[in-house]
Design a protein around this ligand. Structure first.
Ligand SMILES: O=C(O)C[C@H](O)C(=O)O
Ligand code: SF4
Length: 517
């Protein structure tokens, strides 16, 4: 085997997966976009998403800053050396990280130290299988953390919010799947794709669920009962009205694939793997002698480019946008200005913002801040950064992270340091909402996964603190221009997230009657 060539093929697989969304996924997103009504928040969010997909493709940069836990599934003909393939993958991963195509994402679970090159205990995940064919197949999925956190496993029978009892039969399974979409809300960057595994044990059930994510988005399940189940879920999950990013809207789910395996008598698991719209998975077949790529998977059909519609949308947006409907914010922001903002307002931010996510929030809860945060804006974001030869940092991808993880800390930190606005995605809970009201603060929702779109708004990196937490977790000082987000929680006790959660739960309850016998 030509090892250099093999390494190059693996590198190409990684770069393409991170930067170029597969055609089947693009088709599903295009259809979703066509279903939304013009001018709604959902339509605007989807326009940002398609713009971002196009930018990532053209810049050959990550679609989303969270390039996930790289997971490879490799099938080899008998006699092929799997250790060499592993070595090629490790080298390709290291290079892709150095080149800013992957974010350094491998973190020591005990010390919190980031390995810096995506290699470490258990990362990346590589699974081998042998097969009778004469070529190597390599598939890769880059599934980010926000949607991974929304995976859910049900043990039947169980009681479900809105749906009542889910029993040990097809109808109980149906209820679990509907519930899984509801519980994800916008936090996993809806509209999403779900892979469902019925049966197995706790680990093989999840494996089966994740295996379904490798099916083509437009295939048809050969098992008749599962085909009906998939169709039912696709027809009805969108009636929940959660919509893109949980803003409400026509499309909540872009795909549902269900697989089944046997179980042992006492266990009945339904495992659901939730994948965000940034559904990055590709596959290649490799010539075992030369190491060359023979073919790409998931790329059948015509080119799905969003270029033209993006241009058209930009022009209509520019023509219809009365500047008065958009509030400009520039830090330091006063309490008075914040109190004028209401849920639904669109804000455009110029000037400084500071990133802060999990490690920073924990740190700030019992330490002083490295800078004066009075009147400032915190951005829940773990960017992909590269340093040039002169030592200057550049942002390669910088979308928001799921904010709810900071719920235990956020309110106290805002009050203690005088922070006036936080930007993130997926919304926050009652503790933060109360603090926003008391202190005079807002929560701004940015579009999850739109990492190129936001990176483009960042004009310079003015500094960095707390680098000991690693690149994604450090506090980056960013100077932005025209960074657009929506107020989804204001200082008057209003939360769009609370509202959508409540209304989608009411809609979920409409699906409690038996459908499958
Ligand atoms: O880690 C991140 O940057 C984002 C994460 O994928 C998330 O959805 O919260
Ligand atoms: S930020 Fe959103 S799009 Fe990116 S990996 Fe997380 S869930 Fe997916």
């Amino acid at each position: 085997m030509n090892l250099e060539k093999l390494k190059e093929s693996m590198y190409q697989l990684i770069v393409e997966t991170s930067t170029n969304l597969p055609k089947d996924v693009r088709r599903a997103i295009r259809e979703a976009k066509q279903r939304e009504n013009e001018g709604t928040r959902a339509a605007m969010s989807l326009a940002t998403i398609t713009n971002n997909i196009q930018m990532a493709d053209e810049n050959v940069s990550p679609i989303c800053q969270d390039t996930g836990l790289p997971t490879f599934k490799i099938k080899t003909p008998v006699g092929v050396n799997q250790l060499q393939i592993k070595e090629a993958i490790y080298e390709a991963i290291t290079k892709a990280t150095k080149d800013g195509k992957l974010r350094p994402n491998s973190v020591d679970s005990l010390t919190g130290e980031n390995s810096g090159d995506n290699l470490g205990l258990g990362t990346p995940v590589i699974k081998f299988e042998q097969w009778e064919k004469d070529y190597i197949e390599a598939k890769l999925i880059l599934k980010g953390g926000g949607c991974e956190n929304k995976n859910i496993q049900y043990s039947l029978p169980c009681e479900l919010d809105g749906l009542g009892r889910a029993g040990r039969d097809l109808d109980g399974i149906r209820k679990c799947i509907m519930h899984s979409v509801y519980q994800a809300q916008g936090q996993g960057c809806s509209a999403g794709f779900i892979g469902v595994g019925i049966g197995g044990d706790r680990s093989s059930g999840y494996d089966l669920a994740k295996e379904q994510l490798f099916r083509s988005a437009d295939d048809v399940n050969p098992n008749e009962s599962l085909r009906q189940l998939e169709e039912y879920v696709m027809d009805h999950a969108n009636e929940l009205g959660i919509g893109t990013m949980g803003f409400g809207g026509e499309t909540t789910l872009l795909g549902c694939k269900v697989g089944v395996m046997n179980r042992i008598p006492a266990s009945f698991f339904v495992s659901v793997a939730y994948n965000c719209w940034a559904f990055r998975r590709l596959g290649i077949s490799i010539n075992p002698e030369t190491g060359d790529i023979n073919e790409w998977q998931y790329q059948d059909g015509e080119l799905v480019s969003f270029k033209e519609e993006n241009e058209a949308e930009k022009q209509t947006a520019a023509a219809s946008e009365s500047e008065s409907s958009i509030v400009t914010l520039e830090a330091p922001i006063t309490e008075e200005k914040i109190r004028e903002l209401k849920v639904g307002d669109v804000v455009r931010i110029n000037g400084m913002m500071y990133t802060g996510r999990d490690a920073i929030h924990k740190h700030l809860s019992d330490n002083d801040a490295p800078i004066d945060l009075n009147g400032q804006i915190i951005y829940h974001c773990g960017p992909v950064m590269l340093k040039d030869d002169e030592g200057q940092w550049h942002v390669k991808a910088a979308g928001p992270t799921t904010s709810i993880r900071e719920e235990p800390y956020q309110g106290d930190i805002m009050k203690r340091f005088g922070i006036r606005a936080v930007i993130g995605k997926g919304g926050m809970g009652p503790k933060t909402l109360a603090a926003l009201e008391e202190h005079g603060g807002v929560y701004l929702n940015a579009i999850g996964g739109a990492a190129q779109y936001y990176a483009d708004c960042i004009k310079s990196v003015e500094g960095v603190d707390l680098m000991q937490f690693g690149i994604p977790e450090a506090m980056w000082h960013l100077k932005v221009e025209g960074f657009t987000a929506v107020v989804t929680m204001d200082s008057h006790g209003n939360s769009l997230h609370e509202k959508v959660d409540k209304s989608s739960l009411e809609k979920l309850a409409q699906f409690k009657d038996r459908v499958f016998n």
